[in-house]
Design a protein around this ligand. Structure first.
Ligand code: EPU
Length: 456
C-alpha cells in the first residue's frame, strides 16, 4: 500500500492539483455562493452500471474528483470508451467493446479506491471473470469486503484469493438469490443491485441500505431496463433480465459536500449558499444544524447556510445509516462543536475508527476526548470491542493555528475548516486527499474569500 503522502500526491495530480500544502490565515468568515455537482458516492457507481448496458450511457454532473478519475481508468482498461460530452461534467460511457484486463493494468488504476469491488458483478456478466486488487479507500477502519464476497458467492460466483488480489469466475452463470445483509452496508447493497439486475431469476435483498445515492442508482438501473421494487423494512426485489441498455441520467447532488460547506459556514461565522443542494435528502442534517444554532434558507436552486449570531449549542449526535445522521457529516461539524457552549457528544456507529482527525483539532486548542464506550444513548456493535468511537467535545474554544496533516477525505476537510476558523496561521499538508471527493475545493475557497497561499 502507498504511504499517505504518495496517495495524497496521486489524488491531487489526478485532478491537476500540483501542491501538497496550503497555508491558511484563519479567522475570516467564508461568504459567497458555490455550486455542487453530482454525488461522489453515486457517480462512481453509476459509471460502473454503464458496464451492464449494451449501448452507451450518458452521465451528467460528474465532478472532477480523483475517485471519478480512478473509476474512469478502470473502465478504460476494460475496454469501455469514456469521452466528455458537450455539457461540462458530462461523460459518455460506451461499453460496446468490454474486454478482459491484465492484472497489472487493473492494479495500476485501482489506486486507493474501494470501487473495484463493484466491478465484479457486471464483469462476471459481461466476461465470465473478474479480478480485484488489494483495496484501499480512506483509512477509517478495517473496511472488510466479506459482505461483498458472500453476496457474490450466493449469486454463484467462484471466489479465489491470490497473493495479488481476488479472482472471480462464474462457470455456471449468476442466478437470482435470497440475500440478507448482517448490516445495511451501502456498498454491499450496491453489489447486490449491480449483480442481480442481469442474474437469472428473482433476487430478494433483506437488510438493504436505502441511502438516497442507492435510490438514484436504482433510478439509473430502471432506466436501463431493470425491474426493481423497494418495499418497506429495507427489502429490495430485483427481477433479473438478459439485457440492459445504456442510460441518460443527471446525478443526484453531493449531500456530503453540501453538509461540509454548511459546517464551514457555521464554524467560520460565515454565510455560504450551496447551489444544487436540496432539502429532502438533507432533512436529518438540517435538523441537527439548526439545533447547533446554525440557520438555513431553502432556496429554489440551493440552500443558504449561515451563522445567525449568538452562541452555538452543544448537541448529542449518533451517526447511522439513512435516514440517520451520515457518518460523512460529523467531521466538519465537530469543528463547529468546538465553538458551542457546553459538552457535545458524537457517537460514531458506522466506522470503528473515524476520529483520527481530532488529534489535529486538539493540537489547535480543541478540548476533545475519545472514548471506547458507546456514549450518548444507544449501544452499538463497536461497544464491547475496544474501538475509540465516541467523542466528547467541550466548548467553546477559540482554535489557534497549527501544522496539521490530512488523514482521510472527510477528516481532511475538517482540518481545512478548523484552520479557516482558527486565530493565526496553519499549514495543512497532504491536501491532495481532499481532491478524492471535493471538486475544485481550492477555487471554492477563493470564491468564499478564504485567505490562503498554496505551497509546493
Ligand atoms: N462492512 C463490512 N463488510 C463489508 C462491507 C462493509 O463489515 O463487506 C462494514 C464497514 O466496515 C462499515 C460498515 O459496514 O463498518 C458500513 O460500510 P458500507 O459498506 O456501508 O460503506 P461503503 O459502501 O464502503 C460508502 C461510502 C462512504 C460512506 C459509507 C456509509 C462510497 C464509495 N463510500 O462506503 O463514503 O461513509 O458508504 O454511508 O460510496 C466518504 O465519502 O468519505 C466515504 C467514506
Amino acid at each position: 500500500m502507498n504511504t499517505l503522502g504518495e496517495d495524497a500526491k496521486n489524488h491531487g495530480e489526478a485532478v491537476g492539483l500540483s501542491v501538497d500544502k496550503i497555508t491558511i490565515h484563519g479567522g475570516k468568515p467564508l461568504v459567497g455562493r458555490i455550486e455542487l455537482k453530482g454525488a461522489k458516492n453515486l457517480v462512481t457507481k453509476a459509471m460502473v452500471a454503464a458496464l451492464l448496458g449494451e449501448t452507451p450511457s450518458v452521465l451528467k454532473d460528474v465532478p472532477n474528483i480523483s475517485d471519478v478519475r480512478i473509476v474512469r481508468g478502470l473502465l478504460e482498461v476494460h475496454g469501455v470508451t469514456v469521452t466528455e460530452g458537450e455539457e461540462e461534467g458530462e461523460l459518455i460511457l460506451d461499453p460496446s467493446n468490454v474486454e478482459v484486463a491484465h492484472f497489472a493494468a487493473i492494479d495500476a488504476h485501482a489506486g486507493s479506491s474501494r470501487i473495484p469491488i463493484l466491478f465484479c458483478g457486471p464483469l462476471l456478466h459481461r466476461l465470465g471473470e473478474a479480478f480485484i486488487p488489494d483495496l484501499g479507500g480512506c483509512r477509517i477502519g478495517d473496511r472488510p469486503i466479506d459482505f461483498h464476497l458472500d453476496v457474490l458467492r450466493t449469486f454463484g460466483a467462484v471466489v479465489e484469493k491470490l497473493p495479488s488480489g481476488i479472482r472471480m469466475s462464474a462457470p455456471n452463470g449468476l442466478h437470482g438469490a435470497k440475500v440478507e445483509l448482517p448490516y445495511p452496508s451501502v456498498g454491499a447493497t450496491e453489489q447486490v443491485l449491480l449483480t442481480a439486475v442481469r442474474a437469472e431469476g428473482i433476487t430478494e435483498l433483506k437488510g438493504a441500505a436505502i441511502e438516497p445515492e442507492i435510490m438514484d442508482l436504482i433510478n439509473i438501473l430502471q432506466k436501463m431496463g431493470a425491474t426493481i421494487s423497494v418495499d418497506t423494512d429495507r427489502v429490495i426485489r430485483i427481477e433479473g433480465v438478459k439485457q440492459l441498455r445504456g442510460y441518460t441520467h443527471r446525478s443526484l447532488f453531493d449531500r456530503n459536500e453540501a453538509a461540509s460547506w454548511a459546517a464551514a459556514a457555521l464554524a467560520t461565522e460565515g454565510d455560504i449558499t450551496v447551489g444544487g443542494a436540496r432539502q429532502a435528502e438533507m432533512l436529518t442534517f438540517l435538523n441537527v444544524f439548526r439545533k447547533v444554532g446554525g440557520a438555513f434558507d431553502i432556496l429554489e436552486d440551493g440552500i443558504r447556510f449561515y451563522h445567525p449570531g449568538g452562541d452555538l449549542n452543544p448537541v448529542i449526535i449518533e451517526t447511522g445509516v439513512h435516514p440517520g445522521f451520515m457518518t460523512d457529516w460529523q467531521q466538519p461539524l465537530v469543528v463547529a462543536l468546538t465553538k458551542a457552549k457546553g459538552v457535545s457528544i458524537v457517537h460514531e456507529t458506522v466506522y470503528e475508527q473515524r476520529f483520527g482527525f481530532v488529534d489535529a483539532l486538539v493540537d489547535m486548542g480543541a478540548t476533545i476526548q475519545i472514548h471506547k464506550e458507546c456514549l450518548g444513548g444507544h449501544a452499538c456493535r463497536f461497544g464491547q470491542r475496544n474501538f475509540n468511537h465516541s467523542a466528547v467535545i467541550t466548548g467553546p474554544t477559540q482554535l489557534h493555528g497549527a501544522d496539521v496533516e490530512v488523514p482521510d477525505l472527510r477528516g481532511g476537510f475538517s482540518h481545512l475548516v478548523a484552520a479557516l476558523s482558527a486565530e493565526g496561521t496553519s499549514t495543512v499538508s497532504n491536501v491532495g486527499i481532499i481532491a478524492r471527493g471535493y471538486e475544485n475545493f481550492i477555487s471554492k475557497l477563493q470564491i468564499l474569500g478564504a485567505d490562503f497561499v498554496l505551497e509546493d
